[in-house]
Structure formats: structure tokens, C-alpha cells
Design a binder for this molecule. Structure first.
Ligand code: TYD
Length: 208
């Protein structure tokens, strides 16, 4: 879908931080044609689903239930935020989308990539991103930088090997479909990554 851009990466890579810096830049430079949003959540009902998914108390959650909840949050978020914004001619910049489900639920949880692709095809229909930015940093480096995983976040708290599977999964998706991804090296300073991110968006004509 034209004008629908997503950003992905492993936990701790600084994706949300970089997105917030970009949002601030857009505010300061009057680029109000870009709508910033995130998953899971992003709208009122979807944020309620997010709380259930990420709550560390819900340790008994079945993996398939988790996959359906991410998809459910996605359906609601598309309806409330993404579709109306695109219909109004805006650009949507979304922090995580289906590729997170492919690698976290499909590969990390081991539910199977094809099953999660099928499940999400039902959830999103035509609303696949025009392209996806991947902030590239291995989980080892990401967790080293942030001083370990956040144990109050049910997803971050899982074993290190899970996050390595997620990272390898992203790399495999990119290799399979390189035209749909822009890879940004996130191992440098915050400023370097931010500059690279803006450059991609200027080059693509998203930032003006
Ligand atoms: P969040 O706090 O948004 O992660 P971050 O700021 O680190 O990007 O939490 C989202 C968590 O949910 C994160 O661990 C990735 C995971 N996730 C999935 O497992 N599947 C999905 O489809 C999505 C959107 C996120």
C-alpha cells in the first residue's frame, strides 16, 4: 500500500526512540502529512489488547492466543488509524507491523512462518507496507547497550535464544524480499542512526 511505511527491529535496538526523534523533527519542520503510530496498540481498543499481550502476569498465555491477539490488535488499528489516514492522503509511519508477527510468533515462538503469514493475510488484506525499514542490530549488542532485558515486559523477558531467532528471521525475510526493505545499521550513535533514517525518507520523497 502506497504511503504505508513500517519500521522493524529487535527489542532494544532503539526503534521507538528513533521514531520519537523523527516525530519531533516532523513537528518542528511542519511535516504534518506523516501520521506516527505503533503496534501492538495505536488506537484505543488496540491499546487495551496491547496491555493484555505485554502484561508480565499473563505468563500462561498460549502462543497461538498471543498470535491472534497481535492480529486482533492489528485489525482494529488498521480500521481506526491506518486506513482513514491513508484515505485522507497522509503517510503512515508505523512502529512494528506484520513482520514482527512473522518473526516473533512464526519463528521465535515456533508457530510456523506460513501459518502466521496466513493468519495475518486475513487481518490486513491489501494493507501491506510499501516498504519496511529494518534497524539492524543483533540482540547481543542491543541488550548490552540497554543493560539487559526489561523483565516487566512479557516479550522482552523471554530467553536470549528467542531474540536471536527473531533477528535471524528478519535477516531471512530481507534476503527473500530485498526490494521491500531498507536496512539501516543501528550500531552507531543515536545521531548517526537518526541521520540515516531521515536520509532514507528524504530520498524516498516521504520527508520534504
Ligand atoms: P514494544 O514495547 O512496542 O517493543 P519495542 O519498543 O521494543 O519495539 O513491545 C512490543 C513487543 O511485542 C516487542 O517485544 C515485539 C512484540 N511483538 C510481537 O511479538 N508480535 C507482533 O506482531 C508485534 C507487533 C510485536
Amino acid at each position: 500500500m502506497k504511503n504505508f511505511i513500517t519500521i522493524e527491529g529487535c527489542d532494544g535496538v532503539g526503534k521507538t526512540y528513533q521514531t520519537n526523534l523523527l516525530r519531533e523533527f516532523c513537528k518542528q519542520t511542519g511535516q504534518d502529512h506523516i501520521v506516527f503510530t505503533r503496534e501492538p496498540g495505536g488506537s484505543d481498543i488496540a491499546e487495551q489488547i496491547r496491555k493484555i499481550i505485554l502484561d508480565a502476569k499473563n505468563e500462561g498465555m498460549d502462543d497461538l492466543c498471543e498470535a491472534f491477539l497481535y492480529a486482533a490488535s492489528r485489525i482494529q488499528h488498521l480500521k481506526d488509524i491506518v486506513k482513514p489516514a491513508i484515505e485522507q492522503g497522509k503517510v503512515v509511519f508505523c512502529d512494528r507491523f506484520v513482520h514482527s508477527s512473522y518473526v516473533y510468533q512464526g519463528l521465535g515462538r515456533g508457530l510456523g512462518l506460513d501459518r502466521i503469514i496466513d493468519l495475518n493475510a486475513i487481518a490486513v488484506g491489501d494493507y501491506m507496507p510499501e516498504f519496511t525499514i529494518f534497524l539492524d542490530l543483533s540482540p547481543a549488542k542491543a541488550f548490552e547497550r540497554k543493560g539487559g532485558a526489561d523483565k516487566t515486559d512479557r516479550m522482552e523477558a523471554v530467553a536470549y535464544s528467542f531474540h536471536q531467532k527473531v533477528y535471524d528471521g528478519y535477516r531471512a525475510l530481507i534476503e527473500k524480499d530485498p526490494d521491500k526493505f531498507v536496512v539501516i545499521d543501528a550500531s552507531g550513535t543515536i545521531e548517526q542512526t537518526q541521520e540515516a533514517l531521515r536520509k532514507v525518507l528524504f530520498d524516498k520523497g516521504i520527508l520534504k
